[in-house]
Ligand binder design. Structure first.
Ligand code: 3PG
Length: 306
């Protein structure tokens, strides 16, 4: 059994060490392909592997066809929109993710970026505080639940809207439930997006939602770029000079956003949400264990394709 760890954005070395130890104990070979720049490198590296661990790396039918022995792909992370599930299913390849393992890291980044932005990027000017502000979470999965925990501890008024219309988790956690997306945007000072990119959510946040935000509101996106209708967002933010957009995924229209929005567009140079040693260890080790459990005992608990 040979497993490849293919990460264009590498794990922390300590996580790679742990993953390799897990495979050593199982008697599996393990190789790494890190910081690759060409798809050809990935195609060559997967040729003789039966297991594959990736992060946001694009795994499409071409990659799968270059790996004729591939049995299992684990996305070390939550969102698996980078993997062609239909192509995997057609080739009898099992795809899994590691839900919740990097959730706290992403949640801490949300709060960190908010403080950075609200304190005027620490430029010496007077800023504002999070305490007492209304924090609205779109969706209430593992990342949102961690944001809610931290925000509540900071004295924020937390509420949420579930686009899947499953409000029970929000109610059980003791937070106010919004009945609609519009209500979420209308009520809060900050709206933070925590939904996956699905046909239902892609392009779902744009002009109408931003235009109904309160004065001086902030939209935070540590989810996926695709959730935003960028044309609508840019139009709304040109009309509403009081709004700010913080994102951990640079906009496709990045240069235009920098030019039109200036400091009101806050972005990380590369997706940083899960980029901590702790999150890498949690997700990487979980991914390795899922592969061992699947190969040895057929365990498919985290399978996302059927
Ligand atoms: C996830 O879906 O788990 C996050 O977006 C993290 O993605 P990354 O592994 O590319 O940092």
């Amino acid at each position: 059994m040979k497993v490849l760890i293919a990460t264009e954005k590498p794990f922390a070395p300590v996580a790679v060490k742990g993953i390799k130890e897990t495979f050593d104990m199982a008697g599996y070979a393990c190789e790494t392909l890190e910081k690759y720049t060409e798809k050809a490198q990935l195609l060559a590296a997967v040729a003789d592997c039966q297991g594959l661990i990736v992060r946001s790396d694009i795994i499409d039918a071409e990659v799968m066809d270059a790996a004729p022995e591939l049995k299992i792909i684990v996305r070390a992370g939550a969102g698996y929109d980078n993997i062609d599930l239909a192509a995997a299913t057609a080739r009898k390849i099992v795809v899994m993710n590691t839900p919740g393992q990097n959730a706290n890291a992403v949640a801490e980044l949300v709060i960190g970026l908010l403080i950075y932005t609200m304190r005027q990027r620490f430029n010496g000017k007077s800023g504002s505080e999070l305490m007492g502000k209304k924090m609205g979470l779109m969706a209430f999965g593992a990342v949102a639940q961690n944001v809610a925990r931290i925000a509540k501890g900071m004295g924020m008024d937390v509420s949420s809207y579930s686009p899947l219309n499953r409000p029970q988790k929000i109610i059980d956690a003791g937070f106010h439930v919004h009945e609609s997306l519009e209500a979420l945007f209308h009520y809060n000072d900050i709206v933070s997006l925590h939904c996956p990119a699905t046909p239902q959510t892609i392009g779902s946040i744009g002009y109408d939602q931003l235009m109904c935000m309160k004065p001086n509101s902030i939209l935070v996106n540590t989810a996926r770029a695709e959730v935003i209708d960028e044309e609508g967002l840019l139009k709304a933010m040109e009309e509403r000079q009081d709004l700010r957009y913080i994102t951990d995924i640079k906009m496709k229209r990045h240069d235009e956003a920098v030019e039109k929005l200036g400091d009101r567009y806050v972005f990380t140079p590369k997706k940083m949400g899960a980029q901590t040693a702790e999150a890498n260890i949690n997700a990487g080790l979980a991914a390795a264990q899922e592969i061992v459990d699947f190969i040895e005992d057929g365990v498919k608990k985290c399978q996302v394709n059927h």
